[in-house]
Structures are given as C-alpha cells and as structure tokens.
Design a protein around this ligand. Structure first.
Ligand code: PEP
Ligand code: MN
Length: 344
C-alpha cells in the first residue's frame, strides 16, 4: 500500500499518517518526491483498506502496489533516485547527469599497489576507488584479502587522493568492521541473497552497492534491494556484473538489457561492471562503451598497475593506460547522451 499525499500536505499531515501506520503495527516509509510525498507501508501481511488513510487530512489517495517489491518500485517514486556518496561537501552523486566511475584493483594487496592505482584512476577522472579487503573467493586456498589492514590502506587512499572508497562486506559482523572505513558498502554477487547481510546493510549509515547474483532474475535482484530499503537505508546503487549462461567465451554474460528494464521498474540507479561481466581484459572497453550507451549511471572497472601479477582477477584488470583510454571514449559517449564524466 502506498499513501500518496496532496502536493500542499503539511509536515503534520505526513506525521499523522506515519503515526497511524505505526499504530497499526506496520512501518511507514515517507518518500519525498518533486511534486508530493508518498508514504510506503511495509510489514502488512495483506492488503489494507484505503478508506482508513484517505479519511486523513492531506491524503490524496491510498493505492495498492502491484509489484512484490514496493520501496524500490517506480510506482512508489516516479523520479530517479540520486545517491550521495562521500563526506558532506565533497559528495559524489550517483544517478545524476554525471556518470559514477568506480575504479581500482580487485583486491587491496599493498600500499604501493593501491597508491599507484589511485593516482592513475583519479587522474583519468574516476571519483570512487574500489578494492576488496575481504574477498569471497571460489577456492578457500585463494588470496582472501588483507582484512582490516586493507581497509586502513583504503582510508589512506581517501585521505591522499580525495577518492570515495567502495569495498566489499561479506557478512553482518564483518559489516561492523568495514562500515566505518568506507564510503560505500559493496555486497557481492555471491551474497546478493544473504538476507541477514542485506538487513544489516539496511541499518547502515552508508550507501550500498548491490551486485546482481550469479543467476538472479531481475525480480530477485530488486527484492534483494527491497530488503535494504525496508530496513530504512534508501541509498542503494544496483550493479549489473553479468550472469551465468551456457556461453563460455566470457566469464559471465553481461546483461545490458537489464538497464532499461530496471529503469522502467525502479527509481534506483544502476551501474555496470564489465570487468566481472566479461572476465577478459580486451572485452572491458567495448562493453563499457555499450553500458554507457544503454543508459548505465556509471561503471565499475578493475584497474591494476601490474595486472598480470595481480593476486586476484588480473586477467580482467586493465592497466592504467588502458583505463585512461577507456575514460576518453566513455567521456565522448557520455557527451552525446547529455551526461558527463569527472574532469581529468
Ligand atoms: C568484486 O567486485 O571484486 C567481486 C568479487 O565481484 P562479484 O561479487 O560481482 O563477483
Ligand atoms: Mn574481482
């Protein structure tokens, strides 16, 4: 159920509706829009009588939400959501006209490695830096990340280069450790349906980058995002990173048609990760071009100063020169679409 307020409804009118929802044992989610505020209701086991809300002052109408997801739905919020990342005053906006470019190595390996990568990606126009300190690897014998030492190196990168930090958290307890160090909490493909992690991320004070599961449908992807919003964190950025199909010429099949599909169904921003999406260095540039052309709100690109000796995902990581070339092409495509990329 969605309670749509009249454009002239007062703060008191909105508060009264929220109190009414709480008194029924459910949770109100006020969502301010350009024209009017809408209040989503979660926690109700079935449909609610619209008259109960329509009788309250300031209410335009109470409408049932037809999709299984509510708070992520365009029905609840018509305008695109903009997610503010980073400290106030030095924020980057994801979902606005400027594309969000997140770049950096798969995993944090050393100070020298992250500083070299950060200097080059910053210079090329990236505003966000990625690097895993906790790596959910397929094999327990593969490099698992530097842990907290890696998070400390990421905090140094923020300090030194002014880049916002994106790093993965792998379970609810781990989230307590990662959250203070980062600007964006990343939830990886393997954890897209780790519901206790999603709930914990929903209580975080930081925005969340949610990657699509290895074989998740769009509905499953949006329902995972719904878990985060339903706990009160509305700052969610979706990330398409390829899904598993029968093809074996790439690591995953990058599903770019999910971008317009998400844009129809949801107000959340969506970025694309062509590095995991293809798994091959030479495929990253063409798919990055295509993602931006298809309407992605940004890109996540793995960049490593010594890619062939990387401890993880080297074969899909770009060398800094290649990333620079990618940014020049992406900048040109963005311009055609009326969008921008950070200055270099
Ligand atoms: C990553 O971003 O390094 C990563 C592990 O990605 P994914 O969860 O998409 O596999
Ligand atoms: Mn990786």
């Amino acid at each position: 159920m969605l309670v749509v307020m009249k454009p002239q409804a007062s703060e008191d009118d909105i508060r009264r509706v929220c109190e009414k929802i709480e008194s029924m044992g459910f949770r109100p989610h006020p969502i301010p829009g350009a024209q009017r505020t809408a209040i989503g209701i979660t926690g109700n086991p079935g449909s609610l009588p619209p008259e109960e809300f329509e009788a309250l002052p300031g209410v335009a109408e109470a409408i049932p939400v037809s999709k299984p997801y509510k708070l992520v739905s365009r029905e609840v919020k018509a305008e695109d959501s903009r997610v503010r990342v980073g400290p106030p005053g030095r924020e980057t906006v994801v979902g606005g006209p400027e594309l969000a470019i997140i770049a950096g190595p798969c995993a944090v390996e050393s100070r020298e490695q992250v500083f070299l990568a950060a200097q080059r990606v910053r210079q090329a126009g990236a505003r966000l830096f990625r690097g895993g300190a906790f790596k959910p690897r397929t094999s327990p014998y593969s490099f698992q990340g530097l842990g907290e030492e890696g998070l400390k190196l990421l905090a140094e990168v923020r300090q030194e280069f002014g880049l916002a930090i994106v790093s993965e958290t792998i379970d609810p307890e781990n989230c307590d450790l990662v959250e203070p160090y980062v600007d964006v909490l990343q939830i990886g493909a393997r954890n897209m349906q780790n519901f206790s992690l999603l709930k914990r991320a929903g209580r975080a004070r930081k925005p969340v980058l949610l990657k699509r599961g290895l074989s998740a449908t769009l509905e499953e992807f949006l329902m995972a995002a719904e878990y985060i919003l339903s706990e009160g964190n509305y700052n969610v950025i979706l990330c398409e990173r390829g899904v598993r199909t029968f093809t074996d010429h790439t690591r995953n099949t990058l599903d770019l048609s999910v971008i317009p599909a998400v844009k129809t169904l949801s107000h959340l921003p969506i970025i694309v990760d062509p590095s995991h999406g293809t798994g091959k260095r030479d495929k990253v540039l063409p798919m990055a071009r295509a993602a931006v052309a298809a309407g992605a709100d940004g890109l996540m690109i793995e960049v490593h100063p010594d890619a062939d000796r990387a401890k993880s995902d080297g074969f899909q990581s770009l060398y800094p020169d290649q990333f620079e070339a990618l940014m020049a092409e992406v900048r040109a495509i963005a311009r055609v679409l009326g969008r921008t990329v950070g200055d270099n």
